[in-house]
Ligand binder design. Structure first.
Ligand code: ATP
Length: 260
């Protein structure tokens, strides 16, 4: 089976800063894949290049076997994207936003209307469907963004921090929707800092650090008998540090003295 995503030596530099230093990312089709790494590791930059939002300086990326920069139309038809810092049409209502997105994707009107209603219900946004997006909360924005990304039934879904700002009940709903989606053979790739969540949801993990992939494969293989959090800390080379070695001896010192 063709991998859902495969990159070869993907590279991006911002001035002197190398953000992505030759990444070979692989995600098998049908995976629920997590892309993890410390702040600044290059996750967003990598996802932006794979989803044709950012042109790489070197290397290549394929989605479902299609070259992202040679066949951008084929690729864009196959993917759904919930990017970081999602920009939405603020003066549309949630329902209008979905209908507009569906029409842009060329889905027949009756189908868009039916899918939009179903997604609004599943995302628990029916009561807010006629509210303007500008008045949505952070979590509601994530949910309407995810609904818009799912509307055309993409084969590969890219999500940058999809659970950030989402309450536990809604997170559960999103999880169920995504599980159902991957069970049908579609692929989800999401970036997250929440290791418990990645461990619970994902069957495939790619770990990035300083622009490189430092581990990649089935979750069990990457964990290798450890929790994902332990594996992560060992892989990215940051041992837990109480703060003393980094200074900060003044922090809380006065209150500690008072207690003695
Ligand atoms: N537009 C930009 N201009 C300059 N430097 C950038 C730009 N975007 C990203 N970078 C740099 O590239 C590196 C990788 O950033 P990126 O946003 O891809 O990391 P990330 O893994 O997504 O981080 P986080 O977990 O904090 O979201 C960082 O050093 C960042 O400062």
């Amino acid at each position: 089976m063709t991998d859902a995503v495969r990159t070869h030596g993907l590279f991006k530099r911002y001035g002197r800063q190398i953000a992505v230093a030759g990444v070979d990312l692989v995600v098998p089709a049908g995976s629920f894949a997590g892309l993890v790494g410390p702040n600044g590791a290059g996750k967003t930059t990598t996802l932006s290049m794979i989803t044709a939002l950012l042109r790489p300086d070197g290397g290549s990326a394929e989605v479902d076997g299609f070259h992202v920069w040679r066949d951008p139309v084929e690729v864009k038809a196959r993917i759904g994207v919930l990017p970081e810092g999602l920009r939405l049409f603020e003066r549309l209502s949630g329902r209008e936003l979905l209908l507009y997105n569906g029409r842009l994707r060329g889905i027949p009107k009756a189908d868009v209307e039916q899918r939009a209603e179903e997604l609004l219900t599943v995302m628990d946004l029916s009561d807010a469907a006629d509210k303007l997006v500008v008045d949505y909360s952070t979590g509601m924005r994530k949910k309407i963004g995810l609904a818009a990304a799912l509307l055309h039934n993409p084969s590969v879904l890219f999500l940058d921090e999809p659970f950030e700002g989402v309450d536990p009940v809604s997170a559960n709903t999103l999880t169920e929707v995504l599980r159902r989606y991957t069970a049908s053979g579609s692929t989800v790739i999401f970036s997250s800092h929440v290791m418990d969540l990645v461990e619970r949801l994902c069957d495939w993990v790619s770990v990035m650090s300083a622009g490189h992939i430092v581990a990649q494969g089935p979750l069990e293989r990457v964990r290798d008998g450890r929790t994902l959090n332990q594996a992560f800390l060992e892989l990215v080379g940051r041992a837990p540090n109480g703060g003393e070695e980094a200074g900060l001896t003044w922090l809380g010192a006065k209150r500690a003295e008072d207690q003695q």
